[in-house]
Design a binder for this molecule. Structure first.
Ligand code: ARG
Length: 267
């Protein structure tokens, strides 16, 4: 009998230990503890915002989150997990912050919190130079490749219909571009900066970008937090400071070679 009691006590102790361990591994520092390193997740297949270079995650967003975290007094570690997993991790609080050229929109705001905006963007269309496509309207009977779960997918669904077989969805944007290159799609719809950089850096591939302001809205990127995250206040403040103190402009210039125009982002 004594033995059984001892056994149950040990079992109970082990159970409590496991439970508490699970609890602490849930967030790394989202409780506002500045000694802990925050886990930042990204989809590093979206150059120049985030991509992998010699096994390292680099890009505008990476420099930006490092500057903002430093300003806010937090340590961060950025990890490539992929686009869909990023949202799962933030929702489940296994990560503290998502940064990935993520557009702030009402649908996402129902499940997540966002920081103040830090970048202006819009969807544009990437096509071969000799394509007959002239506007978003022309995409209606064409095969369009997008990254799954992006605002680009949403915009194209409005044009083609959500069930359209002509809409090809990919896990990351590089795969969508590969589909276009291979002739499996007539166009890619994605964030302007990403496809503009691609076209500029790969002139031999003969792609061009077209803009359609009537079809594609203005979008703003924000940092993604679990709903109710205590980090939002500190990071909002730091984002604004980094935009004011010249740090943002320095990072922007490093990646885009020109000075940023923050009028609309700060409005
Ligand atoms: N801005 C778009 C969105 O939020 C696309 C972002 C894709 N980002 C990425 N790292 N793949 O839906």
């Amino acid at each position: 009998m004594k033995k059984l009691k001892l056994f149950t006590t040990i079992l109970a102790a082990a159970f409590v230990f496991i439970l508490s361990a699970c609890g602490t591994s849930k967030t790394s520092g989202g409780d506002g503890d500045k000694d802990k390193t925050l886990r930042v997740v990204t989809d590093a297949a979206y150059a120049p915002f985030e991509y992998q270079d010699k096994g390292e995650v680099v890009g505008f967003d990476i420099d930006f989150i490092n500057a903002v975290a430093k300003q806010a007094g937090y340590k961060v570690k950025v990890e490539h997990v992929g686009w869909d997993p990023l949202f799962v991790e933030i929702k489940g609080k296994t990560a503290d912050i998502g940064i990935s050229a993520i557009t702030i929109n009402d649908k996402r705001k129902q499940t997540y919190d966002f920081s103040v905006p830090y970048f202006l963007s819009t969807n544009k269309i990437m096509i071969p130079k000799d394509s007959p496509i002239k506007s978003a309207e022309d995409l209606k009977d064409k095969v369009v490749a997008v990254q799954n779960g992006t605002t680009g997918q949403e915009a194209v669904e409005k044009l083609l219909g959500a069930e359209s077989k002509n809409l090809k969805k990919f896990k990351d944007n590089n795969l969508a571009i590969m589909e276009l290159k291979g002739g499996g799609a007539d166009a890619v719809v994605a964030d302007n900066t990403v496809i503009e950089e691609y076209v500029k850096n790969n002139p031999k591939e003969n792609f061009v970008i077209i803009e359609d302001e009537a079809a594609f809205d203005k979008e703003f990127y924000g940092l993604l937090f679990p709903k109710g995250s205590k980090l939002k206040a500190d990071f909002d403040k730091a984002v604004k400071e980094v935009m004011e103190n010249g740090e943002y402009a320095k990072i922007y210039k490093k990646w885009f070679k020109v000075d940023p125009d923050l009028t609309e982002v700060k409005a």
